[in-house]
Design a protein around this ligand. Structure first.
Ligand code: ATP
Ligand code: MG
Length: 344
């Protein structure tokens, strides 16, 4: 069986990206015109996989698509890029998921047809394949409902073999912020989430555990909220769009795979940023968080410090905002070597 640097488990769909000044449909058969329409690879897991492969990580994707034209297109695109897609399941009874992204300036709105998204079933995951990797990343927890009841067991099996595990919950469309996620968070090494997601998860962790040691979360105290979640025994990485990202961990419980080089070992919080260069133009931030994840994991797997890994994540996130969609402008290993002085 091949050995992978990274296994990504989660969602894979097409993104239809529509750009224009007036993106509001008018019923009554009114026809309006767009500036641009593009079909791109979408889904958090697929975008993270592509970012990883562009940085030279040997990567496999475990996901579900429909037995249709969009599914075929996704498979061939990912295979062409070198991702191992042998564990991407084609579900005959489902169509491939589609997200229509309306992009206006720096804002966006999405309409999603879920289809096969979330139909990945934990009982069909070949755990021996996942064990053949150095790191496993779980994407879009709340969308992947078919995985929920099996994830704690999968995480325990992986970590028992010293494989590090990260989790990106993304947004909870149901607004519940529970669905068993705290048990999973307690069994992974890294939580990679944006600021709103960390605030939501911190608000609920008090309800979930009802422990007095947890103070009341405040949206303005992002470091406090990240620290609150880090008490579950992992490193919490908070993605903050233009502000870059920070990482917080509990010094009593440093997760495996976390390299606290130099001054980092004294500081349970680090932050980094990579602003858009003045010579380049922001296009959209679709999938920026997923590219961040690929870059951060690259840093971890190469023994970089937590601060450097966050910086690599920011570099990858920011670079992806310089082109439309999640995968049209992802950083390569050459970019990292040139701009971040990475020697791998
Ligand atoms: N507008 C921006 N300008 C500069 N950098 C950005 C911008 N948006 C995102 N980034 C970079 O990308 C990283 C991840 O983006 P973001 O904070 O939007 O994550 P996210 O909300 O998880 O994204 P996603 O929509 O993919 O789930 C940020 O930490 C930052 O480095
Ligand atoms: Mg995200």
């Amino acid at each position: 069986m091949p050995h992978f640097d990274l296994t990504v488990i989660g969602d894979c769909n097409v993104d239809m990206i529509l750009t224009g000044d007036d993106l509001t449909p008018d019923f009554g058969q009114v026809e309006k015109f767009l500036d641009d329409a593009r079909l791109e690879i979408g889904g958090s897991a697929a975008i993270t996989s592509l970012q990883a492969i562009r940085l030279g990580l040997k990567t496999q994707l475990i996901s579900a698509i429909g037995d249709d034209l969009f599914g075929e297109w996704l498979l061939s695109k990912m295979e062409d890029n070198g991702i191992d897609v042998s564990q991407v399941k084609k579900t005959k009874s489902q169509k491939t998921g589609v997200t229509i992204c309306f992009v206006k300036g720096s804002d966006r709105a999405m309409l999603t047809y879920l289809g096969a998204i979330g139909k990945l079933d934990h009982t069909t995951i070949d755990i021996d394949r996942a064990i053949e990797s150095s790191h496993v990343h779980l994407s879009s927890y709340f969308l992947n409902k078919g995985l929920h009841s099996g994830l704690v067991g999968i995480c325990k099996a992986l970590r028992g073999k010293h494989i590090t595990v990260s989790l990106d919950p993304n947004w909870d469309p149901m607004g519940k912020w529970d669905s068993g996620i705290y048990d999973v968070i307690s069994n992974v090494d890294f939580l990679l989430a944006n600021e709103s997601e960390v605030n939501q998860l911190a608000s609920n962790v008090t309800n979930f555990y009802g422990q007095e040691s947890y103070s009341t979360p405040r949206a303005s105290d992002i470091i406090g909220n990240a620290n609150m979640l880090a008490k579950l025994g992992l490193c919490v990485v908070v993605k903050r769009a233009q502000l870059g990202a920070l990482a917080a961990w509990d010094p009593q419980c440093v997760p495996e795979g976390l390299v606290l080089a130099g001054a980092d070992s004294e500081q349970p919080v680090v932050d980094a940023n990579w602003p858009i260069p003045s010579s380049r133009e922001y296009i959209d931030s679709i999938g920026a968080g997923d590219s961040f994840d690929g870059g951060f994991i690259f840093g971890l797997l190469h023994g970089e410090s937590i601060r450097k890994s966050v910086e690599i994540g920011c570099f990858c996130g920011t670079t992806s905002t310089l082109g439309p969609g999640g995968t049209s402008c992802q950083a390569t290993l050459d970019d990292l070597r040139r701009d971040l002085n990475i020697r791998h």
